[in-house]
Design a protein around this ligand. Structure first.
Ligand code: GLY
Ligand code: MN
Length: 357
């Protein structure tokens, strides 16, 4: 990202502040900080004002921050909240927005000991982050490409005898070797009946013949996440598995077909749910159809029942219907997709046809 892009984002955030009659915004979440300033370190606070943006950090990060951000960098020797609070008092800043979901009560009290009036202002930056720039979409496309290549590179390892943890480690290793900073989230590898846990952690269980294997993985590339799930079968699956796989795939395709600018997030969820309900699998679809993603793996919007948010071109979301049956196992198919004016672009290049190994 160029400094110009960060300046454009700060300008958009300032407009949102003016609409809320705020003098400034206190930004504490690492993703929001990175979005507005470019700074990638783990300890900083950003005060965004109409005419300035000041980033407070500690001595470990002074050099890094000066190189990464066009904001004014101030190094604090103690608590960043104390330093920011003092600075706000000296500069007579009054109504400062903050996100109650991001700032602890203790930090809030610390800030309040200064003169600034803290005003709850949730989600200001998250709203902006929902719609991605072409540059951001390109980074997510690359991230999705890395995850897909890592998955393809591990196909020959998906065999009876390897453990779930070993397979997850191989996937993570390849994601990094292909140029990512790491996995976008804890890689899920589940096999057999464990696939009935939608968010299984890889275990010491050994993959066996005639089992379902579910892999949910993503790459983090230049700060941007991708997310994909594929479900494969070790051996020749019974008719029931094929039927359920087909139903999940049809639900995934129907939801992707429903995506375009102006459609509500709830309508996309409905499209997936309708297919699974028609197959008698409605109750087995226990989670939302998808979520936004970008600097974080879970961002707005949520693609769930009754969600009214209207999709906009530039949003990047997942489409991931799944079914989970206790004695049978689970099947999920997930792509990362970018919303366009007339539909969507599927950013995950991996085939969704049933793969039997
Ligand atoms: N793929 C992980 C998640 O969406 O929660
Ligand atoms: Mn997901």
């Amino acid at each position: 990202m160029t400094e110009r892009e960060y300046a454009r984002r700060r300008a958009a955030a300032r407009e949102a502040l003016t609409a809320r009659r705020l003098d400034g915004l206190l930004v504490s979440s690492p993703a929001n900080l990175r979005y507005l300033s470019g700074f990638t370190g783990s300890n900083a606070l950003l005060v965004l004002l109409a005419d300035r943006a000041v980033l407070f950090t500690d001595r470990r990060y002074t050099l890094q921050a000066s190189g990464q951000t066009g904001c004014t960098v101030r190094t604090a020797s103690g608590s960043l909240f104390d330093a920011a609070s003092k600075w706000l008092r000296t500069n007579r800043i009054n109504r400062l927005g903050y996100d109650p979901g991001q700032l602890s009560h203790a930090s809030c009290l610390r800030m309040r000991s200064g003169a600034a009036r803290l005003v709850p202002a949730a989600g200001v930056v998250e709203e902006l982050r929902m719609v991605k720039s072409p540059g951001e979409i390109e980074l997510i496309r690359r991230s999705a490409g890395i995850a897909a290549r890592a998955f393809a590179g591990c196909l020959r390892l998906i065999r009876p005898g390897i453990t779930e943890v070993e397979l997850a480690a191989e996937l993570d290793y390849r994601v990094r070797r292909l140029g990512a900073e790491g996995a976008a989230f804890d890689t899920i590898v589940a096999s057999g009946r464990r696939t009935a846990f939608p968010h299984a952690s890889p275990s010491a269980k050994v993959l066996a013949s005639n089992e379902i294997v579910l892999i949910d993985m993503g790459a983090l590339r230049a700060g941007y996440c991708s997310d994909m799930t594929r479900t494969v079968f070790l051996g020749a699956p019974a008719a029931r598995f094929r039927r359920h796989y087909r139903a999940v795939l049809e639900a995934q395709l129907a939801a992707a077909d429903a995506v375009k600018e102006g459609v509500s997030a709830g309508a996309v969820d409905r499209a997936a749910r309708k297919v699974l309900q028609a197959s008698g699998l409605g109750p087995a679809f226990v989670h939302a159809t998808g979520h936004g993603l970008g600097l974080e793996i879970h961002e707005k919007p949520r693609l769930a029942r009754g969600e009214k948010t209207l999709l906009r071109a530039g949003m990047v979301i997942t489409i991931e219907p799944g079914v989970y049956l206790q004695k049978f196992g689970g099947i999920r198919i997930e792509d990362t997709v970018a919303v366009t004016r007339n539909g969507c672009e599927i950013l995950t290049p991996t085939s969704k046809e049933l793969l039997t190994i």
